[in-house]
Ligand binder design. Structure first.
Ligand SMILES: NC(=O)C1=CN([C@@H]2O[C@H](COP(=O)(O)OP(=O)(O)OC[C@H]3O[C@@H](n4cnc5c(N)ncnc54)[C@H](OP(=O)(O)O)[C@@H]3O)[C@@H](O)[C@H]2O)[C@@H](O)CC1
Ligand SMILES: [K+]
Length: 505
């Protein structure tokens, strides 16, 4: 699914009005109709509905919702916030309709003291500002936003299109924003919804299709995408009926150290469950028995080091190993770093770099530019910060992420609720699967195994990272469904990988 900027959404709006054709007021009627239908399912007709309307088109949506719910018998109060002397044309049109049909429902707010006393059980609809917000909200309008937020413990708050005060494409950090329980957003996600700093504002996001013109949606290029099952299906390729174990590549996993062999085992198991043809694991001597006993499907190569690997540079060459996954439980010894440096002198295929291998790169940053082009880095936010520095807010972090991916010709996957995948071509994909149950030890090791397996099977790095993140998250969702987010472990993600693959097919 494409993620459009506020400016592109305005263009889509204008394009639809011109090409469908539909009148501007008609499109508003359609959008608000979807919201009213959603509200009717959620709330009984006896529910008092307080709709706070700004003077732009978001407020216009609110006025149409008011009329439609009044027609269904809901007790509605439309509170118009007089933040500006002028109103948009569509707002004015729908206000006149409401004035003619239901004049008693209208109520004006021109100061913070005008905030109405809400009856028990009332639902608050936030139609103050939408994608037309052009600066932080200040003064008495900020006061109204705070008053609505003060009510959220007792009254449900539903935001129309976007919580008021939230900018769609840049940071709203430290500014007043509505904290909604639900956001009914038109046609597509806004970038702001996907970033952790805004987690407290949208509540549950419901995307309501309003029939924006399909030609605009398909033809307009965007930098940001949210992965969905349709996209994943176009990436996945089924296996060849004449395949043999050589068809799907021989991968090498360099992982594990004394006390952290579990990370290597989890990675290996995930790699095998994600379809690799052959897997060799390079482990220190202390890990040999552990690996051989835990995973008989993998071959095992031991390092000269007893507790840490430091001699893996001598082994791999591009002819033997299709790809390498390196990092889980590896440790950050200086000798390990030296071995990584020497490995990079001759191994040139895209690799997967995670965990301690990322920590080594942050200590020896000159190695970053020596990584094979197209390699995949999988940092969590702290690892990212150690590698590339801090950012003032999540939008700036996204810019930094993308700049580094382009500059270094790497795929950088930044873990989070919506894992962000930055590509060397400047595009950015947010992963839509996964849940907080996956924020547990070993989850990242599983991802490394999956990505390594997909690279070994000749998926391009871009396809591997998008498909791998999706499968990892989806397997985690299935595990949580069966076991609960609390009880699931990284092992359960591996157990559910098969079902995740079946869901794609
Ligand atoms: N695109 C679609 O598909 C469809 C879109 N639709 C709807 O249209 C919405 C976008 O509407 P919009 O463009 O009229 O902008 P909106 O958010 O109502 O705000 C503009 C008003 O706010 C004011 N204002 C701004 N910032 C301010 C501030 N900080 N503090 C105070 N005032 C501030 C600004 O004042 P001005 O800057 O002009 O003085 C102006 O009065 C969109 O979110 C969706 O709900 C649907 O109806 C149909 C399909
Ligand atoms: K809103």
């Amino acid at each position: 699914m494409k993620i459009f900027t506020a400016a592109q959404i305005r263009e889509a709006d204008a394009f639809t009005i011109r090409e469908e054709p539909v009148s501007s007021t008609g499109l508003m009627e359609r959008a608000a109709g979807k919201c009213a239908a959603w509200l009717e399912v959620q709330f009984a007709p006896t529910t008092p509905v307080y709709i706070f309307c700004g003077k732009g088109n978001n407020g216009g949506d609110g006025l149409v919702i008011a009329r439609l719910l009044l027609q269904k018998g809901y007790p509605v109060r439309a509170c118009i916030l007089q933040h500006s002397a002028k109103a948009s044309a569509d707002h004015t049109f729908h206000l006149q309709l409401l004035q003619q049909q239901y004049p008693a429902c209208l109520y004006e707010i021109g100061a913070q003291g005008d905030f109405p006393v809400l009856p028990a059980g009332a639902v608050i609809i936030d139609a103050i500002f939408g994608t037309g917000l052009n600066k932080p909200v200040e003064g008495w309008m900020a006061g109204i936003i705070h008053q609505i937020n003060d009510q959220r413990a007792i009254h449900p708050v539903v935001a129309i299109d976007i919580p008021s005060g939230l900018l769609a494409d840049s940071s709203s950090l430290h500014t007043p924003v509505i904290q909604a329980h639900h956001t009914l957003s038109f046609e597509c996600y806004k970038l702001a919804f996907l970033l952790p700093e805004n987690a407290g504002f949208t509540g549950h996001v419901h995307i309501l299709p309003i029939g924006l013109h399909p030609d605009y949606i398909t033809q307009t290029p965007t930098r940001y995408h949210l992965t969905d099952r349709e996209m994943i299906r176009t990436i996945y390729h089924p296996r060849d009926p004449f395949a043999h174990k050589g068809t799907y590549g021989h991968a090498l996993l360099i992982a594990g150290s004394y006390g952290k062999m579990g990370a290597a085992v989890l990675s290996a198991k995930a790699c095998l469950r994600a379809g690799v043809g052959l897997l060799s694991c390079h482990v220190p001597q202390c890990g040999y028995d552990i690996m051989q006993i835990s995973e008989p499907c993998a071959m095992c190569v031991t390092d000269e080091g007893s507790t840490h690997s430091a001699h893996f540079h001598t082994l791999p060459d591009g002819a033997t190993y299709k790809t390498i996954g390196i990092g889980p439980g590896l440790g950050t010894q200086t000798a390990t770093a030296r071995s990584l440096e020497r490995l990079l002198e001759h191994y040139q295929r895209p690799m997967v770099i995670d965990a301690d291998a990322l920590n080594l790169l942050s200590v020896y940053p000159y190695l970053l530019s020596r990584l094979p082009q197209g390699s995949i880095l999988t940092p969590h936010p702290k690892e990212f910060e150690r590698l590339f520095g801090t950012a003032a807010n999540d939008f700036d972090r996204l810019t930094l992420l993308s700049q580094q991916a382009v500059h270094l010709h790497l795929y950088i996957l930044l873990k989070g609720r919506y894992t962000a995948i930055a590509c060397p071509d400047g595009s950015l994909y947010f992963n839509s699967t996964g849940n907080p149950g996956m924020a547990t030890g070993g989850s990242g090791d599983v991802l490394t195994g999956i990505l390594t397996a997909l690279l070994a099977q000749d998926y391009t790095p871009k396809a591997a990272v998008i498909l791998g993140a999706w499968l990892h998250g989806y397997a985690g969702d299935l595990a949580a469904e069966q076991l609960s987010q609390e009880a699931m472990t990284a092992t359960d993600i591996i157990t559910h990988l098969g079902a995740a693959f079946r869901h794609v097919i």
